[in-house]
Design a protein around this ligand. Structure first.
Ligand SMILES: Cc1cc2nc3c(=O)[nH]c(=O)nc-3n(C[C@H](O)[C@H](O)[C@H](O)COP(=O)(O)OP(=O)(O)OC[C@H]3O[C@@H](n4cnc5c(N)ncnc54)[C@H](O)[C@@H]3O)c2cc1C
Ligand code: SF4
Ligand code: SF4
Length: 393
């Protein structure tokens, strides 16, 4: 039997503040003395109630064969367990089509159904859409590549002020560039990875950072790179349910990136630095750029303690030095990587330029061959277990 998605409120978490009932444009929410509930026949899944809810109690989407009535829900002391079967794909709130397409293209080499790491927290997604974006204010915009370098990368901090914008390390946001294209249509959303840990760029400030590279002629990147402090920006998201940081302190995280692909890994690393300095799981970073001056966050990265992160940099255009790419650095660290790949606690994340995956894949295959491991079997197993993630653009 085809299962249906039903929007429900968790009675344990709900603080009965009435915000959702006031917000819902469909009048789909009501309450009695016991519970706040959603009327299945009225709810159209618009999610307008989700971001204003202060507790997250409202963000439940179960699969059911027969929708729970409001009388059923009034009597609940806790949320029932959903069913599973055909229709399951509907359970997760789907991002708008243009975002799904961008995410699908960015993750195509790992396939569309890679699950998040088992120990990742549950992400909020699609709280704000292109139609109902949240306004953020620019708190700072700084060029982080050396003067005179070709690559113009900016660290941009967005402040969400009094608006809730919960996110996790590895998620992206959508920026809606103002204006219209040559045909008079509104511009599509551009996705940018969040470069901060979940507590924000600065703890307690409801903000986050982006790492944005100016693309010659590009609409979104030039808009973001030219933003001034105090400017207002329309933001959709957060997006992404799979490229999430495993939050297990025993997880070994191998992070491989080029250029702005460093953004999510900055979030991962800051999360460990602030919350789990004594984690037993290793952080290993493989970071490629043309020169040190073109490597975003080079200075701060060099100051991180070796006990926190094992940094391996590959530069491809330093005069009088042989060209090096991330895959060369992977091969240099073959012994350590093979030991990590032998553990079920190890996760691989690759982010950055499209096309970097093949080199990494070949390097992992070589490393495994040398150390008696079978990459052809290990890679799909890691993918199925939510331990191998690629996001390239
Ligand atoms: C999941 C995900 C995460 C991402 N994270 C980041 C991030 O953290 N940092 C980051 O910098 N980027 C990131 N991106 C890429 C980002 O979304 C944009 O694609 C990037 O900034 C370029 O967008 P743009 O609007 O500037 O360029 P666009 O306007 O989309 O143009 C792209 C290219 O097409 C060319 N072009 C545009 N119009 C024409 C035309 N009419 N004829 C010929 N050529 C044309 C441009 O010159 C440019 O080279 C991410 C993408 C995804 C999918
Ligand atoms: S998802 Fe939309 S229609 Fe459904 S309860 Fe929330 S606000 Fe109302
Ligand atoms: S907004 Fe959230 S916490 Fe408040 S009544 Fe609705 S579900 Fe409960």
């Amino acid at each position: 039997m085809e299962l249906k998605r039903q929007h429900l409120i968790d009675p344990v978490v709900c603080i009965r503040c009435n915000t959702c009932e006031e917000t819902c444009p469909q009048d789909a929410i009501t309450h009695d003395r016991n519970n706040y509930v959603v009327m299945a026949e009225k709810c159209n899944f618009c999610r307008a109630c989700v971001s204003p809810c202060p507790t997250g109690a409202i963000d439940n989407w179960l699969l059911v064969s027969r929708p729970w009535s409001i009388d059923d829900q009034f009597g609940w002391e806790e949320l029932p367990v959903g069913e599973s079967g055909p229709g399951e794909a509907e359970a997760a709130p789907l991002p708008p089509e243009e975002v799904s397409d961008l995410l699908a293209a960015a993750t195509q080499t790992t396939g569309p159904m890679v699950p998040p790491p088992a120990s990742a927290a549950k992400p909020y997604t699609n709280l704000y859409s292109r139609e109902t974006p949240v306004t953020a204010r620019v708190a700072g915009n700084m060029r982080i590549t050396g003067d005179g370098t070709e690559s113009d990368i900016h660290h941009v901090v967005l402040d969400f002020q009094h608006n809730a914008f919960p996110f996790l390390e590895g998620q992206s946001i959508g920026i809606v560039p103002p204006g219209t294209d040559a045909k008079g249509r509104a511009y599509n959303i551009r996705l940018y990875s969040i470069a901060s840990p979940r507590e924000g760029e600065r703890t307690g400030f409801n903000n986050l950072a982006l790492t944005v590279k100016r693309v010659p002629g590009g609409v979104g990147s030039n808009y973001v790179c030219d933003l001034k402090k105090g400017d207002e920006v329309q933001v959709a998201g957060p997006f992404g349910q799979a490229f999430l940081m495993p939050d297990d302190p025993q997880a070994n995280i191998i992070m491989i990136c080029t250029g702005t692909g460093a953004a999510p890994f900055r979030g991962f690393t800051e999360r460990r630095r602030r919350n789990a300095q004594d984690a037993t799981g290793k952080l290993m970073l493989f970071f490629g750029a043309r020169t040190p001056e073109e490597l975003p966050y080079f200075g701060p990265l060099m100051k991180l303690p070796k006990s926190l992160i094992d940094v391996n940099l590959a530069f491809s255009r330093v005069p009088d030095r042989p060209k090096q790419y991330v895959q060369d650095k992977l091969r240099e660290r073959a012994d350590e990587l093979a030991a990590l790949l032998g553990s079920d606690k190890t996760h691989v994340f690759i982010c950055g330029l499209k096309g970097m995956e093949q080199g990494c894949d070949e390097a992992f295959a070589d490393i495994c061959r040398l150390h008696g491991l079978d990459w052809a079997g290990l890679r799909p197993r890691m993918r199925e277990e939510g331990r191998y993630h690629v996001e390239t653009y």
